[in-house]
Write a protein that binds this ligand. Structure first.
Ligand SMILES: [Zn+2]
Length: 131
C-alpha cells in the first residue's frame, strides 16, 4: 500500500489564460476600432453604415481576427465604388480634383443624384437609373 495519487505537474493555467484573455481583448478593441472607422467612412460615402458594422461584428464573432480581416478587405474593395460625399447633396464642397460637384438634382424626380467618376455618369438613387 505505497501508491500515492500521481498528481500531474500542474500546468501554468494562469499564464495561458492570461495570454488568451489578452488576445480576446486585443481582438475586441480591434473590432471596435474598425467598426467605428467603418461606420464613419461608410456614412461619409453614403453607404449603408449600419449594415457594414453588423457584418464586421458578426464576422468577428464567428471568424475571429480572420473574419474581421476578410470583411475589412471586402469593405475596402466595395467602398471604391462609393466616393466620399456621395449621397450627401449639401454640406460637402466639391472634392479636390473633381470637375463636377458631388451632387446635382435629377432631371426627372428632382432628388439629389450621385456622381460616379469611374463611369463618368450621374446616378439617381430615387429612380435607380443613370442620367
Ligand atoms: Zn430621379
Amino acid at each position: 500500500m505505497h501508491w500515492a495519487l500521481q498528481v500531474p505537474p500542474s500546468v501554468d493555467l494562469t499564464g495561458f489564460l492570461g495570454i488568451l484573455i489578452a488576445i480576446c481583448l486585443i481582438t475586441l478593441v480591434l473590432v471596435i476600432v474598425v467598426a467605428i472607422w467603418m461606420y464613419r467612412d461608410a456614412q461619409s460615402r453614403g453607404m449603408d453604415a449600419a449594415v457594414w458594422v453588423v457584418l464586421v461584428i458578426l464576422a468577428s464573432v464567428f471568424g475571429g481576427l480572420l473574419g474581421l480581416l476578410i470583411v475589412t478587405v471586402i469593405y475596402l474593395v466595395v467602398r471604391g465604388n462609393h466616393p466620399v460625399g456621395g449621397g450627401y447633396p449639401v454640406g460637402y464642397g466639391p472634392y479636390p480634383g473633381a470637375a463636377y460637384p458631388p451632387s446635382a438634382p435629377c432631371p426627372v424626380c428632382g432628388s439629389a443624384m450621385v456622381w460616379y467618376p469611374q463611369y463618368s455618369r450621374w446616378y439617381c438613387p430615387q429612380c435607380a437609373q443613370y442620367r
